[in-house]
Design a binder for this molecule. Structure first.
Ligand code: HEM
Length: 450
């Protein structure tokens, strides 16, 4: 057993921070090529980070007891937006209690009841996209995923309340996009400065609207199928209701955790599929037959190649813990690298190839396919996100096909907490040629028969 940290780059912390920030996946690959599946990096103002990607070590990491590793403490940076009650910031017993309250609202069955709302919103959005010319899909997907959260999670109907909240939440999320906001000392650094002051004003106004919404729904006795309705009905172990502050914080958590992630993942889906005529043709055939196994495998393969959160929540070591051959002291931060395990040739042969078939042959492994993290912190919105992605791709591929836009292939770029395509997911969308041919053939057939 060793207690010194694994080897890693010796460059000054400033250079390591620039590499980590500006070329997120390429930087990880360079470190792995040099130091192997486990290495230490040092970023400005942070404790040392140890990046892990061996499946056995990932299993030990995800299964470590709750008092040994604290992912909640590692995510403190999100507190100004999500609030102190957020499940994402809690650890140990308070985390488990909060998670238990939330899980039923995000369960697969609850999600299925939201499917037709999601499908209608997806259809409406996709129908308005330009045809036959290149466009940036990412901002359109951001608009769609925000709308889905406002309708399916906050339970808002179209109208003034939705419009005002949408604008304020956009402002709040835009602040989170700035690299500055992710610095551990951002609130102190930015205190009193313009971006921070307008962020705080937008948050105060959004809070007013959210608390009014909660009050209104509580008084009405809401019985909807949206997540807020289910949370209003949830009860703590002592039988008490969730407080307005808890509800507000969990709604904001769903927004922060579920909006940009899903939009970026879909933007990767579109840019990837645009280059994959063969996969599109198979998806078109499958969707026409009302099947979806290949669509599921396609989404799994997109999330394998382009995990928008390249690692799970950082886990802060609270008590000495041994993982693999190394013993980590309190204060070290451990990262489960989805990107690296997803691109490990010993786990996935030909890892850079796009081949959804691999997930038809073998279901994704618990410790080798980790775009949603793992263990008791695994993403609560995983069913929500997968259903949403399926419905958006279905809305698109039922009627359209994609082609690549001109220009170089898109590389990975950090955007807030997620990694998205560098040129905003540019694609060209057209009516499906096979449908046009089919309807022309049937028109000719009918004319001949007549
Ligand atoms: C493609 C979309 C998404 C991806 C890739 C994703 C990924 C993740 C990851 C990697 C984690 C950390 C897990 C860990 O550390 O082990 C996480 C946590 C979480 N996600 Fe997601 N997520 C997505 C969408 C969503 C959505 C739509 C929601 C809610 C509507 C959501 C809610 C959450 C919450 C509440 C947590 C914290 C769980 C906890 O700490 O116990 N996510 N997500």
């Amino acid at each position: 057993m060793r207690s010194e940290l694994p080897r890693g780059p010796r460059a000054p912390a400033l250079l390591q921070t620039i590499g980590w920030w500006s070329r997120p996946t390429a930087y990880l690959e360079r470190c792995r090529a040099r130091y192997g599946r486990r290495f230490t990096i040092r970023l400005i103002g942070q404790s040392p980070f140890v990046v892990l990607s061996d499946p056995d070590e990932l299993k030990q990491l995800f299964q470590a007891p709750p008092d040994v590793l604290h992912p909640g403490e590692g995510a403190r940076i999100l507190e100004p937006v999500v609030g102190a009650n957020s499940v994402i910031l809690l650890d140990e017993a308070p985390h488990l209690r909060q998670r238990k309250l939330l899980l039923p609202a995000f369960h697969g069955e609850s999600m299925q009841r939201l499917a037709s709302l999601m499908a209608d919103l997806a259809d409406e959005e996709v129908s308005g996209w330009p045809q036959g010319e290149a466009f940036e899909s990412h901002p359109r997907l951001q608009r769609l995923t925000l709308e889905i959260i406002l309708r399916a999670v906050f339970g808002l109907e179209r109208g003034a309340q939705l419009e005002s909240l949408r604008e304020l939440l956009r402002e709040i999320l835009a602040f989170g996009d700035s690299p500055l906001s992710l610095l551990p000392f951002a609130p102190q650094l930015l205190a009193g400065r313009r971006p921070m002051v307008s962020f705080e004003a937008a948050r105060a106004r959004a809070d007013e609207l959210i608390f009014a919404l909660i009050e209104e729904r509580r008084t009405e006795g809401s019985h909807g199928e949206d997540v807020l309705s289910l949370l209003l009905a949830a009860r703590h172990e002592d039988g008490s209701e969730m407080s307005p502050a808890e509800l507000r914080d969990e709604l904001m958590t769903a927004l922060v955790a579920g909006h940009e992630t899903t939009a970026s993942q879909l933007a990767w889906a579109l840019t990837t599929l645009a280059h994959e005529r063969r996969v599109q043709a198979r998806l078109h055939d499958e969707l026409d037959d009302d099947e979806e196994a290949y669509l599921t495998a396609t989404i799994q393969e997109i999330m394998r190649r382009k995990p928008v959160l390249p690692s799970a929540e950082p886990r802060l070591v609270k008590q000495e813990v041994q993982i693999g051959p190394v013993s980590y002291e309190p204060g070290v931060v451990l990262f489960a690298s989805a990107y690296l395990v997803h691109h490990d040739p010993l786990v996935y042969p030909d890892p850079y190839a796009f081949r959804p078939e691999r997930f038809l042959e073998q279901a994704p492994g618990t410790y080798t396919w980790i775009p949603f993290g793992g263990g008791r912190r695994r993403c609560i919105g995983a069913s929500f996100a997968q259903l949403e992605m399926k419905l958006v791709l279905r809305a698109l591929l039922e009627r359209f096909e994609l082609e690549p836009a001109d220009g170089p292939a898109e590389t990975a770029r950090r955007r807030g907490i997620a990694i998205s395509p560098s040129r905003a997911g540019r694609v060209v969308m057209r009516e499906r040629a096979d449908l046009t041919r089919r309807s022309a053939r049937s028109a000719v057939g009918q004319a001949t028969a007549a």
